[in-house]
Write a protein that binds this ligand. Structure first.
Ligand code: ADP
Ligand code: MG
Length: 309
């Protein structure tokens, strides 16, 4: 659907994006992640030509993006900014209707599209379509921003940290909405975030960038099972902690000097490897004994089903 072929963006001496090649498939939820300044926004904006490339090619549906008429391409590619700006003097309906209007959709088609989309993101259309943006909360406005990008049914949607300004509850709700939307309408979504939990929750595949380059592309699972290098390991460190932690599997059991010692924050990946060789592991840190992990304690915890491994 979208293919990067050796794409770079250089500002003066700075390689904001440095020889990036990758392919985003149709219908995929593709997450771009990385520390601030690593080139996520630049990468995203090059796709819809908000930023010109310094070298390389980007293909949209097998044609170089430069071969498209700019307006038409932008209509095919919805864009959601971090801080969405609704037009304050227009109703919610008119805000959402902008691109369909430019595409000269019939009024009744626009109305039914607006209603469908509002309902889909939990803003009942009959209540919200005629309100002004100022009458909505920040989270609701952000939802309208997402919906607006979908209004003309673009096959591709670019989203640049769309939820980062929201409180955690609205954020989770919108993530859920977006996943549901994605499964219903099957769009190609390219989503920028710097939040690893969000990336793991949303992404079919994740592209981790660092200083303009790609460190790893893969399914969330690949990052946990086969991190490419130390940068990847440390970036997902938090996440692997959340996914599985020795501490979560401990039982009260005295120190056994025939068994190896691990730390409470040892990753379960490592724990499993050790448990293939030993019946029990001591969980001990700075001379303090916390408990033990045994084969049977792990199996019990896993079979409780409540675990997030
Ligand atoms: P991210 O979105 O990952 O935080 P950006 O893509 O915005 O990163 O920026 C990547 C790098 O390019 C940063 O070092 C940034 O300072 C630099 N940069 C971005 N835009 C410009 C610009 N217009 N002029 C000069 N440098 C820029
Ligand atoms: Mg950015």
């Amino acid at each position: 659907m979208i293919k990067f072929d050796d794409v770079s963006k250089i500002y003066g001496e700075k390689h904001a994006v440095d020889h990036v090649s990758m392919e985003i498939k149709e219908g995929e939820f593709f997450v771009l992640i990385g520390p601030s300044g690593c080139g996520k926004t630049t990468t995203l904006k090059m796709i819809n030509r908000l930023i010109p490339l310094s070298s390389g090619y980007i293909y949209f549906k097998d044609q170089p993006i430069s071969s498209y008429k700019l307006d038409e391409m932008r209509w095919d590619i919805g864009y959601v900014l971090q801080q969405i700006a609704l037009f304050p003097h227009m109703t919610i309906r008119d805000n959402i209707a902008q691109v369909p209007l430019m595409k000269k959709w019939a009024n009744e088609d626009i109305d039914s599209q607006v209603d469908k989309l509002l309902n889909m993101v939990g803003l009942p259309a009959e209540q919200y379509r005629n309100r002004m943006p100022a009458e909505l909360s920040g989270g609701q406005q952000q939802r309208v921003g997402v919906v607006r990008a979908l209004a003309a049914d673009p096959p591709v949607i670019l989203m640049d940290e769309p939820f980062s300004a929201l409180d955690p509850i609205s954020r989770e709700k919108l993530q859920d909405d977006l996943l549901k939307l994605q499964s219903e309408i099957n769009k190609t979504i390219i989503f920028v975030t710097h939040d690893i939990t969000e990336a793991f929750k949303l992404g079919d595949r994740i592209c981790l960038m660092n200083e303009g380059r790609i460190e790893q592309i893969g399914a969330p699972d690949d990052f946990l099972r086969q991190p490419n290098n130390d940068f990847v390991r440390s970036f997902i460190g938090d996440m692997s902690g959340k996914v599985s932690f020795a501490e979560d599997y401990m039982v009260n059991s005295p120190f056994d000097n025939r068994c190896p010692v691990i730390q409470p924050d040892t990753k379960m990946e490592t724990v499993f490897k050790l448990l293939q060789l030993h019946e029990q592991l001591n969980v001990t840190s700075s001379g303090k004994h916390y408990g033990a992990i045994t084969r049977s304690s792990v199996f019990e915890r896993l079979s409780e089903g409540g675990n997030h491994l």
